[in-house]
Design a protein around this ligand. Structure first.
Ligand SMILES: [Zn+2]
Length: 326
């Protein structure tokens, strides 16, 4: 048995019609590689939270809403579905007019007025910057006036003469994040995982900013939810601080963060009071991800076929499912 087939064997063979306690968690460090913008109105979203679980001192952290994490990942998945199965995706429009029949609608959910809805089977939570807001962002400094005194706005990719007070996350800021796929089959999980590892841009849509890299640090299959993003972020801080590796006025290095995250995860996961079926970290995780990447790159069409088969089977069973109170 390879690690790949070990993990595969932990998944249900069919997408469950009712919640059935299959939780596959992907624990990731989302690392800014350029200048993402997560603002909704005036600035970045900021949350005041305890810095650690041991140290309750408050800190302002940049908040990355769940929608800012899943929307670009869905769009990544949908472009791949469109590439490998164009006819099937013809009718589906994200947000506007979801088809309710494609792998993306079934995995991430949709709602069409009174006509139908599907709860998302992929969920997560707001992610928080590990480092404080004060040292994790810049304001406006990317706007450089040209010879005519006109400001260049890298987010818009064009010149602008308005005074711009845009806030950017700076490179190397880390957002620890747990994404959870519930009651999905292995191919559907692979779809979600591939969206996560292959999507490279987050935040305001632009070609100039927003690069992020998702470093998967663990995959955990359990019968319930494990720790929250906030608890994970706080535990990483506590561990760095205990080892005197927390720089108060600078960003933490990615390497140090990866190292302590791997060290604290086993205890954190154990403390979640759920039964763990499999926990892939370190070399096992690398082996799995290598095999996963190879399978995906060699035969994405095959994965797409499996996705449509799983979704068709799910929808057939859904049609014949007895309705509550009718
Ligand atoms: Zn759809």
């Amino acid at each position: 048995m390879t690690v790949f087939s070990d993990l595969q064997s932990c998944f249900p063979k069919q997408i469950a019609l009712r919640p059935s306690g299959h939780y596959a968690h992907i624990i990731t460090l989302r690392i800014a590689e350029s200048y993402p913008i997560f603002q909704t109105d005036d600035g970045l979203n900021v949350a005041r939270v305890p810095i650690g679980r041991v140290n309750p001192q408050p800190i302002d952290r940049i908040a990355m809403f769940l929608r800012k994490q899943t929307t670009p990942e869905r769009l990544r998945g949908r472009e791949l579905l469109r590439k490998y199965s164009p006819e099937a995706m013809e009718a589906c429009r994200y947000n506007d007019n979801p088809c309710g029949q494609c792998p993306d609608c079934i995995a991430y959910g949709y709602a069409i007025g009174d006509e139908g809805a599907e709860k998302s089977k992929v969920f997560g939570d707001m992610a928080y910057s590990l480092s404080g807001h004060a040292i994790s962002h810049i304001v406006n400094t990317l706007n450089a006036p040209n010879e005519g005194g006109i400001m260049y706005d890298p987010a818009e990719g064009k010149t602008s003469n308005r005074i711009n007070s845009r806030e950017y996350v700076i490179p190397s800021v880390i957002f620890p994040s747990v994404m959870t796929a519930r009651d999905l089959t292995f191919p559907m999980f692979c779809y979600v995982l591939n969206n996560l590892v292959s999507n490279k841009r987050y935040g305001a849509t632009t070609t100039r900013t927003g690069r992020m890299d998702n470093e998967v640090v663990a995959i955990v299959v359990a019968d319930g939810e494990i720790m929250s993003n906030l608890a994970l972020t706080q535990a990483i801080y506590d561990a760095l601080s205990a080892e005197n590796r927390w720089p108060d006025d600078d960003l933490v290095s990615t390497a140090a963060t990866q190292e302590v995250t791997s060290a604290i995860l086993p205890d954190l996961i154990r403390g979640s009071d759920v039964q763990i079926q499999i926990r892939l970290m370190g070399r096992d995780l690398d082996d799995f991800l290598n095999e996963f990447r190879e399978a995906i790159s060699q035969n994405f069409e095959g994965l797409v076929e499996e996705l449509y088969r799983d979704v068709a089977d799910y929808r057939n069973r859904l049609k014949t499912k007895p309705k509550k109170g009718k």
